[in-house]
Design a protein around this ligand. Structure first.
Ligand code: AG3
Length: 286
């Protein structure tokens, strides 16, 4: 979509959503309208209509997703690990209350059951109301939506899942525990003997220490660890990382895509995403 220059004759609203990414950096989207604002028991939740990216979901002041670029994140956090497993039947999504990851997971015909373990029911409700295309999969018969603490859910389900996907917010507030070594160990235990996991692991430009630590922790827990990348325009710095931990299967061994209706993912992108720039390689070498 072309990014049009502003026509100075058209009156513009001067309302902007700004995510302060750190003390020196922010991303701003001009807001057409505020659609929803609430304080849930876990976080603040806002939905805006923006000019550039359509609807925008914000938790605790951070961009979660927008109508126009959500496909990149949701396809890449799901299809890279889902294709790495030869036959994923039971899948768990931790977090991800908007339903975008679930929507992608159930595109895989092998999937018999997909559980969403989301701590904040308000995210699920807001997504159903304001992001119906993202939430669409939540009503599928194979999907089991649980409003629970994902950490506890994982601990309570040993040896159950083929794939576990961690669609968390940033490692502050309710999501801190989802970036801990203890959690990766319980994810390992909740996976079957050839299971694998993937988590969103922030920006290699902005969160280097986190990426280093997470890769070490997943590396100590799983025999195979792989960081991979995608371009997400509305996330801090636009360059985003995901980290996979696998017991047996290697992401390098994927030969073809099993899903046809994607807008970002394909087998070439799968392999390209595994190729790391030198400064990112340096973060994952322990
Ligand atoms: N999960 C949040 C990714 C982190 C974005 N961070 C930020 N904007 N500071 C997105 C949920 C989408 N299902």
């Amino acid at each position: 979509m072309p990014f049009e220059r502003r026509d100075t004759n058209v009156p513009q609203s001067n309302l902007w959503f700004t995510e302060l990414q750190n003390d020196n950096l922010s991303i701003g989207l001009r807001v057409e309208k505020t659609l929803h604002s609430e304080v849930t028991p876990y976080q603040t939740l806002d939905v805006y209509e923006t000019h550039q990216y359509g609807r925008l979901l914000v938790l605790d002041g951070c961009v979660m997703t927008t109508d126009k670029d959500e496909f990149v994140y949701h396809e890449m956090l799901s299809h890279v690990p889902m294709h790495t497993h030869p036959n994923p039947k039971n899948v768990l999504v931790v977090g991800g209350g908007d339903g975008g990851i679930i929507r992608e997971v159930i595109k895989h015909p092998s999937v018999e059951r997909a559980v969403l373990a989301e701590i904040d029911g308000a995210v699920v409700e807001a997504s159903k109301k304001y992001f119906p295309q993202i939430a669409a999969g939540l009503c599928d018969a194979r999907v089991d939506v649980q409003i629970v603490d994902g950490i506890k859910y994982v601990e309570d389900h040993p040896d159950t899942f083929d794939v576990i996907l961690i669609d968390s917010t940033d490692p502050i507030g309710p999501a801190v525990g989802l970036f801990s070594k203890n959690f990766y160990e319980s994810v390992y235990a909740a996976l079957k003997s050839d299971g694998l996991m993937a988590a969103q692991t922030e920006s290699p430009f902005a969160n280097q220490e986190l990426i280093r630590r997470v890769n070490q922790d997943i590396g100590k827990t799983f025999p195979i660890t792989q960081l991979y990348l995608a371009h997400i325009p509305t996330y801090p710095t636009g360059m985003w990382s995901f980290t996979m931990g696998s017991k047996v299967h290697r992401p390098q061994d994927v030969t073809e895509s099993r899903v046809k209706n994607t807008r970002y993912y394909n087998a070439q992108v799968h392999h390209a995403a595994l190729a790391l720039p030198e400064f990112v390689k340096e973060l994952v070498q322990s």
